[in-house]
Design a protein. Sequence first.
Length: 277
Amino acid sequence: MTASKPGISFEFFPPKSEEGWDKLQTVHESLSAVNPEFFSVTYGAGGSTQEDTIKTVLSLHAKGISTAPHISCIGSTGDKVLQLLESYADHGIDRLVALRGDMPSGMGGRSGQFAYAEDLVVFVQKHFPQRFHIEVAAYPEMHPQARDMDSDLQHFVSKVSAGASGAITQYFYNADAFLYFRDRVAAAGCDVPITPGIMPILNFSNLLRFSDNCGAEIPRWIQKKMEGFRDDSASVKAFGHEVVTAMCQRLVSEGVSNLHFYTMNQSNASLNIVKEL
């Protein structure tokens, strides 16, 4: 029996220049051609501000495909979050990605009104019951700040129980890690769609650095193969495409119904994978 094609979604970060903005319009148009279920726009990545995220979300959403803003709650207040939610609701935004976010420098141990993403989900559902489809984050290889895997799983279940509609994972390159996480979530009695986050491999040195920060493991065999390419960027991209495409194909064969691509505001790498699913 052939697995059905998965639903697709794509993530962008807010551009910081006019050139970046023009490029994003082209990338968005290219990715729209495969009829994604939605786009998402990060908040805080690369020094972007909330205003950057709002501008990008509203501009892309107006083009006709649902666009979900990332909302980071750490260090914020209920009034600020409520004002933001009201604005998004007024503009027809129907999806959110609810995140804890990183502690701003200088705050010490103070987190503001919201300590965890669970608190944000509760807040959204209290003020806008069932108004938004809320995605939360999931970490198949464990959140880098979690005490252990069991407590990390409990944090995830709590976010879902608070009213999340689904989850998008941190990227990974080990399908078994995702499948094991999915089984543990189900065993905990948590029935929610979990969408794998997919990161195409474009620049391996950048990926190594980013993965160190976010706790995503790059399997040794992939690292060693990539190291052999040295500065051969074409071979890096070709092998990266092979590895990530094979992983996506396995995930789909294991019953995964949606994939979320971290595009880095580029289209070709993600599209080339989608075409082979």
